[in-house]
Design a protein around this ligand. Sequence first.
Ligand code: FAD
Length: 467
Amino acid sequence: MMPSPETLDRLAAVTGEKHVIRSEADMQPYLHEWRELWVGHSPMVLRPGSTEEVSKILSICHETRTAVVPQSGNTGLVGGQIPFGEEIVLSLDRMTRIRNVDARDNSITVDAGVILKNIQDAAEAADRFFPLSLASEGSCRIGGNLSTNAGGLGVIAYGNTRELCLGLEVVLADGRIWNGLKRLRKDNTGYDMKNLFIGAEGTLGIITGAVMKLFPRPTDRATGFVALPSPAAAVELLLLAQARSGGRVAAIEILPRNGFAFTLKHFAIRDPFAGAAPWYILLELSGSGDLSALLTDLLAEAAEKGLVIDATIAQSEAQREDIWRIREAIVDVQKREGGSIKHDVSVPVSAIPDLITRGTKAILDYMPEARPMPFGHIGDGNLHFNVSQPVGMDKQAFLDSWEEMGERLYAVVLELGGSISAEHGIGRLKRDKMKKIKSPVELQMMQQLKALFDPLGILNPHKVLPE
Ligand code: FAD
């Protein structure tokens, strides 16, 4: 139901008109998402400055049945943060206070709108480490990270966002505030409510604050870029690295040759190797000890076993940054090669080689000139199985095949016991696939939870749950 002008005025009075956006033109940054898959529409963007204001807004929304889309950094990749007409946007972008850093408890308490990079920096200022790291970290905000249970680069060592959270503050659909901002490492007192809101993509409540875990800063780090014959060799190298480093693998990212070739073509990046290899990985160890020596030894052992074609190890921070730039560039270069169809999938780590072989075949059987480019977090069994358009094909005609191509790849993923959304969530993009991937019992439990937390269906409607 479209909110009445009176309702909009009541909502605006909570934040003050200064923090309300009513004109369609000024709302644009909140309505466009990163991939331009959707352009949203909304009667109003509200930018509250405190948990109390969020609570007042929600109680008015509940009373008037006004739908709300929570938005943090607007970097989500499944359309979850975009309103589709009647919903107001509740932006957390003014709630940016770091409430407390407690180095002795290794915790940080923040408003939900704090930018991820600012949490990393605040941890560092207290001589601590906050390991959540995504390419979008300069824009995404912790409320969005929690609501999507974001993954990223450090999952193999530290877990997903869920594993990094100790406590939450949440405003419920009717405006009640749940203060669960505990700093406890152990708390077995019944149901773990915070874990319901983490990964719920704003459909069960609005996260307004969080207590996140901090860690000791690693005392050493070693980063290598490695050329390999195959994905199977990459999995073997991962196992070897884990065994030899005593669990100090902090990141392991795989890139296919075509992705690296795109990067070399579009960016001023130098190929460290004399010849081309079919696959590459970025491997980083982090923790204590002489990690460069350890990485050198383990790569030598891997080479003896035939797992490695060539390798280079960063000798300085500048060289480390160069290696990371190769990994980070792959996100941008896809845009420069025309249309790109994205699939964020996971399988058990041991099934990665099968996923790459069978997934590539499924895509090429469907569209022989397409350019599959599976890359990403191999240590988590998570690939961004993206596909660049055939050279010369009309971009829109290619993008129109997203659904059908996805069906073919997802069939392989499901046969391998995997997930069609590893870290980006369901949002609007994959909502209609939920009936296929969830059992009737699981869907029923989800729907019952939704009805319990949001009986009027005002929180992020048309997202996550199939309609
Ligand atoms: P938004 O996009 O604003 O919102 C995301 C979802 O959370 C929406 O459903 C929204 O309604 C809901 N939401 C937002 N704030 C709240 C709140 N306070 N309470 C309740 N619900 C809320 N993701 C990864 O997991 N790993 C990656 O490696 C990764 N890399 C990326 C790289 C790039 C270049 C880009 C553009 C995105 C990447 N992402 C990645 C996706 C995205 O950055 C993450 O999903 C991130 O966690 C979203 O945070 P946000 O603040 O932008 O949330």
